[in-house]
Design a protein around this ligand. Sequence first.
Ligand SMILES: [Zn+2]
Length: 242
Amino acid sequence: MMSEEICVQLKTLQGEIIYVQSHSNETLLDLINKINIQEDINSLYLTINDNIFSLEDSSYKTLSEMQIDQYSLIVLSKSQLCGTVPFTMNPFLMNPFNFNSLDTKIKLEFSKGNCKWRIVGEGISFIGICNSNLCEAYTQHAYFTLGFGEFDIRSTLQNKVVCPLCKKNMISVENFGFYMAQWKIKGTTAEGKEVKIIDKASERGYYTTFKEGSSAQWQRIKVIVEQLDKPEFVVKKSKALD
Ligand SMILES: [Zn+2]
């Protein structure tokens, strides 16, 4: 990709507007390193085109990925240590992504077929469509098992979910399912609604997933998936923030 030289307008923590000579293929971290900042850069937030990003989360994004051009003004700010942040000012606000609305759980019985791209293992698996026209699973719904662990769904979708046959990134990955596992889901929709689900799938013949066709816009979804023999997740009665 061509790298363009751009002059970025930046408003410093002191409220001064400065101009920084940069290239569109440089990262936000490269840009911030060009100016003299005393603060811990992980505590900084950048407002770019009215959206706020934490530098810690976005430091390796390039200026072109962040759609920064010579007309953009980047405003630096520091994290707020306490107090509630109005939703539109939420420093964690990123572009929402599409994923199942997670409101209708379904159980599917395993079929006798032996379709190679529809095999699931224990733990969490993701459902998408293979988009590689040389692959046997091209245009088919395929399942990719990631097993157990902690998953940030936004980055998992971007980096880890591939077709089980050709290992190329799948498209339309908007649902997941579980087999012989227990899980805890914590999500925030684009409107700021919190969703918490604790559940398990312990029947050998069934796959637990969510009804296709109802999708939602999400800010973030975190999922912890553990083996059934681990201590059970507990549903907390209190509404404490964690
Ligand atoms: Zn494939």
